[in-house]
Design a binder for this molecule. Structure first.
Ligand code: ZN
Length: 263
């Protein structure tokens, strides 16, 4: 896309397809002399070799910006630095450069976007937003239920909306060329799930199985674990808002998914 070319952005996709990673993780490369990388992705040798070659062609690595520390985004950091030599790692925690909302990381500006992970960041480069797992190129983002995750997630979507980006470069899936429509779709998708959960509760559904059958009837079996996690987040939000009836079975904390983000 011309916008990417104009901002000297390239993408290299890792070969780690799966139900949560879609076609694989997108590692975004920004600028040159030196270049920055958003999410080196999984520790796959071929992927890291390809990234290192692109970085060398761009005059070297200036730094790595991490959207969050799930392995499909961050596991390749060590392997990439072995190939390129040392460079700063910038993230919301456990990094050389600790970032908060509005902080700069090379040419990028951090945007606090908790929800999928509590310390999730998106990054802005002019009108382009690198969204990690807050917005994906296809489908809906998997929520990680930590207390307050869903309310935080909706706030994060509004924060991205307010920036009016011209394109969203996601952690998985194709470039989003109509961010306004995509963000509206994400918000309405969440609110529709909430409506279905409330309707099921009104009709007397109380167990996890009953609630999933009613509110996630469209979810394919391989996404049942993800749906359960998201149900937990919805119930948590309703509970916080005093809208949860008594006697509702809650999916167990912590996550039933284990290492989320890996197929
Ligand atoms: Zn991911």
């Amino acid at each position: 896309m011309e916008l990417l070319t104009a901002h000297d952005v390239a993408v290299i996709r890792a070969d780690n397809p799966g139900p949560f990673t879609l076609e694989g993780t997108n590692s975004w490369i920004v600028g040159r002399d030196p270049a920055w990388v958003v999410d080196p992705g999984p520790a796959l040798a071929a992927h890291l070799d390809a990234l290192a070659a692109e970085l060398e062609a761009r005059g070297g690595l200036g730094g790595i910006a991490l959207t969050h520390d799930h392995p499909d985004h961050a596991e390749g950091v060590g392997g990439l630095l072995e190939r390129t030599g040392p460079a700063a790692v910038a993230a919301a925690h456990a990094a050389d450069l600790l970032l908060g909302d509005g902080d700069a990381a090379g040419p990028l500006t951090a945007i606090a976007t908790p929800g999928h992970a509590p310390d999730h960041l998106a990054f802005a480069l002019g009108p382009i937003v690198f969204s990690g797992d807050i917005v994906l190129g296809r489908g809906s983002s998997l929520l990680i239920p930590a207390p307050g995750a869903l309310a935080a997630y909706l706030t994060s979507l509004e924060r991205l909306r307010a920036r009016r980006p011209a394109a969203i470069a996601p952690g998985h899936g194709p470039l989003v060329t109509d961010p306004k429509a995509k963000l509206a779709e994400y918000v309405s998708h969440r609110l529709e799930r909430e409506r279905l959960v409330l309707e099921a509760l009104d009709d007397g559904a109380r167990t996890v199985d009953e609630l999933l059958a009613r509110a996630w009837a469209d979810a394919p079996p391989q996404l049942r674990a993800a749906a359960t996690v998201t149900l937990a987040a919805h119930l948590d939000k309703l509970d916080d808002e005093g809208r949860l009836p008594d006697g509702v079975e809650r999916p167990a904390w912590p996550l039933p998914l284990g290492r989320v983000g890996r197929p």
